[in-house]
Write a protein that binds this ligand. Structure first.
Ligand SMILES: CCCC(=O)SCCNC(=O)CCNC(=O)[C@H](O)C(C)(C)COP(=O)(O)OP(=O)(O)OC[C@H]1O[C@@H](n2cnc3c(N)ncnc32)[C@H](O)[C@@H]1OP(=O)(O)O
Length: 236
């Protein structure tokens, strides 16, 4: 993951275009196509019944995940729940899975930009849904479901860019780590707030963070010794 920080709002999409241009070398494209298209981490042999967990998640509706595929081959994926700072309701988790599947099957796709509606990125999991499924079994299933989806997002044969304008908190920060690049508008923040709730990142963000920034920096970020600021994502 590479991070570009301090973009002003109006230059964000120009920044994304430049970034994508710089990534379009044959080598980069070949590497992308070498990625596995199916990124399932968990399946029924791990005790995950996808239909069952989808049904549970759909009991917590609100917001949407919108996908706009452009003729240019660049898609825009929008996390859309502004009334709750783009928190992920249960139905949005199911939506995201469907959108990722759509991108897996998009043969003309080159890149996807992931961003939040209305001037923020995402405040993570909807706390109302989290409270309602706060038993270990359901919590584990939700986490397995989201790990599957974010791993599939990470393994898409497309260049992915998280465009962070505002806050990416909790699960929102975890989503950022599943993208190849991060572009941050000035004043934006990526923060793993899980520790305040006595949680570990359940959507696979901790292991992705370790791979991105190394174990010591990841520990500092997760423990709150430093905020997940852009300089850390710049490290190889
Ligand atoms: C494995 C996944 C783990 C997770 O993701 S757990 C969730 C981690 N995220 C959080 O703890 C973030 C909680 N939210 C906040 O800290 C603040 O709302 C935040 C994002 C800094 C924004 O602060 P403010 O600008 O002051 O706005 P606010 O607090 O008045 O929020 C506006 C409305 O949005 C709601 N909201 C924000 N984040 C939410 C969330 N994650 N789940 C459910 N509702 C959420 C908030 O309750 C408020 O609603 P209302 O207007 O009071 O009805």
């Amino acid at each position: 993951m590479q991070c570009f920080h301090g973009l002003r709002n109006n230059s964000m999409f120009r920044g994304v275009k430049l970034l994508l241009k710089s990534c379009s070398s044959t080598g980069a494209r070949v590497r992308l196509f070498q990625r596995q298209c199916s990124g399932w981490v968990y399946c029924s042999s791990h005790g995950l019944n996808l239909d069952e967990i989808r049904e549970k998640l759909l009991a917590f509706p609100g917001g949407s995940i919108d996908l706009h595929k452009q003729n240019s081959g660049i898609a825009v994926l929008t996390i859309n729940n502004p009334a709750r700072m783009n928190a992920f309701s249960g139905s949005m988790m199911v939506d995201l899975e469907g959108r990722v599947e759509e991108l897996e099957n998009w043969s003309d796709g080159k890149a996807v930009i992931v961003h939040g509606a209305a001037g923020t990125f995402s405040s993570g999991s909807d706390l109302n849904a989290v409270r309602a499924i706060a038993n270990p079994q359901d919590g584990m299933k939700m986490c397995m479901f989201m790990q599957n989806t974010l791993t599939r997002l990470q393994r898409l044969p497309l260049i992915s860019v998280a465009l962070v304008d505002g806050k990416a908190l909790g699960g929102g920060a975890e989503l950022v780590t599943a993208c190849d690049f991060v572009l941050m508008v000035e004043g934006s923040v990526v923060q793993f707030v899980h520790k305040h709730m006595g949680l570990v990142p359940g959507w696979g963000g901790a292991s992705r963070l370790v791979r991105r920034v190394g174990p010591q920096n990841a520990l500092k970020i997760l423990a709150g010794a430093i905020k997940g600021e852009s300089s850390f994502y710049l490290m190889p």
